[in-house]
Design a protein around this ligand. Sequence first.
Ligand code: 0GZ
Length: 309
Amino acid sequence: MTNFEKTSGWLDWHADPSRPAFRLPAGAVDTHCHVFGPGAEFPFAPERKYTPCDASKDQLFALRDHLGFARTVVVQATCHGADNSAMVDALRASDGLARGVATLRAGTADAEVRALHEAGVRGVRFNFVKRLVDAAPPDELWDVVERIKPYGWHVVVYFEAADLAELRDFLLSIPLPLVVDHMGRPDVGKDPHGPEFEAFLDFLRAREDIWCKVTCPERLSLSGPPALDGQRAAYRDVVPFARRVVEEFPDRVLWGTDWPHPNLTGHMPDDGLLVDFVPHIAPTPELRQRLLVDNPMRLYWPDADRPHA
Ligand SMILES: O=C(O)c1cc(C(=O)O)oc(=O)c1
C-alpha cells in the first residue's frame, strides 16, 4: 500500500454538488472525466507532474448518476502516465456505460492495444501541455498512430492556444480523427472574433474529422463568476468562445465535466452548477441533443442501437 502526499495547495473535488437546474437530455454522455487512483490500489506514475487526491470509479459513477448522465468517457490523466490500469478498471466496472482514452508509449505490443480495445478504449491522448508532461518526440507519436490505426481509434490532443501555430501541420498530418481538448485553451481575455481564436476555428475547418470539446470553462474563465453558491450563469467570459464553436460545428462538438478537475487553484466548481453552463453555450434543444447525445454516441458507441436513457 502506497501513501501519496497531495501537491501543495491541491483542491479536492466538490463533495456535495447541487442537482443541475438544466435537465440533461436522455442518454447524455460526459465525454471528459478522469479517475485518480485510488493511489493505494493504482499508484500514481513516477514521472507525474502533480499528485492529486483520490477520485475513484465509484465516486465518478455516483456523480454521473447524480448529474443525470447516462454514460462517461474516462480520459487517462497524466498523473497515471502510460499505466492505464485505473482507467481500464473503471471501464470494466461500468457495464458498457464507459469508454476510455488511453496514453500509450512507442513500442506498445499489439496484444495490449487489443486488450485496451476490448475493455472499451477508443482513443489515445497526445498531450502537448508542458506543465503536464515531458514532450514526446514525433517519432514516438507516429509509432503510436501506427499501432492504433487497425482499431479505428481517434487521437485526443491537448494543447494551448499559443502552441497551435507550431503544432498545426503535425496535427493535420495525423491520418486519424482528432478530438481537441478544452477548445485548445483559448485566452478568453482576447476577442472571440480576434486572430487567435480565428486561427483555432480555421484549424477545425481544415478537416471534417476534427472534433472539439467545449469544456473547462472553470479553467479558462478569467472573470467568472465561478460555479459556486447557486450561480447558474457562471464563467460568462467563456460563453462567446464556446458558442461560436457549437454554432459553427454542431456535429463535431462534445461536452464533459472534467471531473475531478485536476490542477485548479482558484476554486473548485460545484459540478451541478457546471452542468448549468451548457444551455448558455448550446441555446437550443437541437444543439444540446447533438452536443450531449448524438455526437458522443457516434464517436464512442457507433454500434449502439439507441442511447440508454
Ligand atoms: O489542465 C490540466 O491541468 C489538465 C490535466 C489533465 C491531466 O493531468 O490529464 O487533464 C486535463 O484534462 C486537464
